[in-house]
Design a protein around this ligand. Sequence first.
Ligand code: F6P
Length: 347
Amino acid sequence: MTTRIGVLTAGGDAAGLNAAIRAVVRTAIGVHGFEVLGFRRGWRGVMDGDVIELTSASVQGILHRGGTILGSSGADPYREQGVERVRRTFADLGIDAVITIGGEGTMGAAAQMSAEGVPVVGIPKTIDNDLSGTDACIGFATAVQVATDAIDRLHTTAESHDRLMLVEVMGRSAGWIALFSGIAGGADTILIPERPFDLDEIASVLRRRHLTGHSFSIVVVAEGAMPAEGTMPAPEYPPDPRGDPRLGGIAYEIAPRIEALTGWETRVTVLGHVQRGGSPVAADRIVATRFGEAASELVAEGGFGQMVALQGDRIGQVRLAEAAKVRPVPEELVAVAELFFEERRRP
Ligand code: F6P
């Protein structure tokens, strides 16, 4: 009997998902002779039995395309008593294993399923780059490039008008995009979820910068950044369809306060979903291709309950439950960014 595997993309989309699907399919069919079914809209498709057959021909021409040919959703079988429906779909369709391409929520659900005996292998995807045990997640490199390009553009207009520019990027629980794009774009301060901020301190850093001859500043703010207790009210967010807070807009809370503290005109740009859209950069295409190949290999070896991972230059694996833990930005990278926050050498 031919082995039949399923593949799905779940959670927020990211550039490079199609490259991963293509690599899964080409390896599964071309190397192992498996059959591959694609579940539509993440776990929703598994619960509803909504599938399409994936062949080498159906994944032609998608390497460079953003989004996901399978669609995605935040559906989670554990939040809607769907585990039995997942089992039924697998039994009805004769699925021997499933490859889940997703972030923290997806890996969490996959870990639970694996503990209950469902044969699952994970592929890390999140522009937030905050899965544990891997040095890269699909979509991060593209998001950093989009944010860096935006910061470069904001630099020139900030300079023309002597303005303070707040650039809000994604990053729910960890500040990877903010930190990387902030370093690459030469940000004057970066606010990340790992370090609650105090606007008085930020205003004095910016004031000192302006005293050394600069007439504009760029501040990169991760959407998940939070004020230090007692400094300003914590933002409140409405729930998304999963019941999680729908982040976005903290920069609008900060802007009038920082303008009042510094006296400089302050403007806000929220990049939002533009960071997830469009063509993947080369680094995302390559890592997605390597992950897709490795995930199909892992299925062939029966290495279930694991997520493929980039570890240094090599592809390794990490237990799904471990992978689902948030990976914060490293302190030493924050220290590198901070070197450039103000003029340290006085004349
Ligand atoms: O998890 C990735 C992410 O991009 C977060 O940074 C962001 O909060 C979330 O997705 C937004 O997702 P959506 O708007 O699609 O619900």
